[in-house]
Design a protein around this ligand. Structure first.
Ligand code: 5GP
Length: 337
């Protein structure tokens, strides 16, 4: 079997994907047609252009999300979007997915309803797509301010009373150029005390003071970690903080210059825990298979490397021990049969 096919068929683990960034152009068009009818050409054109102009900055990237957000303002739209995303990951042979999303209030739905709809849909997907296990990491969007973050935490805490099998952690994301991490420490400590793991976007832009504070604060996984260098790198290594590497996202946002220069290389070669992730497969027109194929070709990874990377992803996931064992068996079977 050729390597690309081998990777496509490989059971994969996705730990860093944002719901509204994961909608493919096809799904956006379907949702737009249902929402506005066939004749709304303006929105159809926006959706078609969604993945065009792929060389953009991080700021430009954040301007793309409202296109998806406009189509997930109703319970129906959100449900359809989420089912499409889970189907797409499952068709890419992702067997375990930790999906992130910021609960939003819209004119049609409260934040509580947003979270409930996401959780209900994940349960529904369990019967429709039985080969993939999906968990949720509600996101705190740091660009929306601390009051919004408190509200999100209180809703998540309430939901945890009955849905802790699905809600596994908290993601801190949103435009890192807006607001300071200091404001979020107390809320994230509360999350930790409530048995939630922390997956924090950190060092996505070059801000070594903030990166230092975040690494000292601690986290269970670090999103991107692009600008973790020198002393901060030592801290990340001492604490063995796993880093979620999103090759194409970083390249297309211009935070790394080329695939070859991606920080994945040094981290992997120095035996630091790393995982390959898509970030926003819809926005960046990628899949987890594509990311593995790119990594395999760029860094000359062997099938043993692919197996070790996949098993490491299970280790650093927020699944429980029984789930981890089950996924590991699937992966080992694929590589060793
Ligand atoms: P949602 O939470 O609406 O389901 O997914 C889209 C949101 O995820 C964006 O509005 C943004 O807040 C967050 N997001 C997606 N990709 C990135 C990224 O690469 N970096 C950061 N910091 N946030 C992101």
């Amino acid at each position: 079997m050729d390597m690309e096919k081998f990777i496509k068929n490989m059971p994969k683990v996705e730990l860093h994907a944002h719901l509204n960034g994961s909608l493919s152009t096809k799904t956006l068009l379907e949702l737009a047609t249902l929402e506005y009818g066939e004749t709304n050409n303006e929105f159809q054109t926006i959706c078609r252009n969604f993945q065009q102009n792929q060389e953009f900055s991080l700021d430009e990237c954040f301007k793309k999300f409202p296109i998806a957000h406009a189509l997930t303002t109703t319970k129906d739209g959100l449900r359809r979007a989420l089912l499409s995303v889970i189907r797409d990951f499952s068709q890419d042979n992702v067997v375990y997915l930790e999906l992130r999303t910021t609960p939003k209030s819209t004119t049609k739905m409260s934040k509580v309803e947003y979270l409930e709809t996401v959780l209900e849909t994940i349960r529904l997907a369990d019967s429709l797509y039985p080969d993939i296990c999906v968990k949720l990491l509600p996101s705190i969007d740091r660009s929306k301010g601390i009051e919004m973050a408190k509200e999100t935490m209180s809703i998540v805490t309430e939901a945890m009373k009955t849905q802790s099998d699905l809600i596994k952690g908290i993601d801190l994301s949103g435009n890192p150029a807006i607001s300071s991490f200091d404001e979020y420490g107390k809320i994230l400590s509360d999350a930790k005390n409530n048995n939630l793991k922390l997956a924090l976007h950190c060092a996505e832009i070059d801000n070594s003071d903030e990166t230092y504070k975040m690494l000292q604060f601690g986290m269970d996984r670090c999103g991107h970690g692009t600008f973790i260098t020198s002393q901060n790198l030592n801290i990340a290594k001492e604490k063995q903080i796993p880093i979620e590497c999103c090759l194409t996202s970083n390249l297309k946002c211009g935070t790394v210059k080329s695939y070859v220069e991606h920080h994945f290389k040094n981290l992997y070669q120095s035996n630091h825990p790393v995982v390959l992730c898509t970030d926003d497969p819809g926005v960046f027109d990628t899949t987890l298979s594509d990311e593995f194929i790119i990594a395999q070709k760029t860094f000359n990874l062997s099938t043993k490397d692919l197996e070790l990377l996949s098993l490491k992803a299970v280790d650093v996931s927020f699944a429980d021990s029984v789930e981890k064992e089950f996924i590991k068996q699937k992966i080992s079977k694929y590589f060793n049969d």
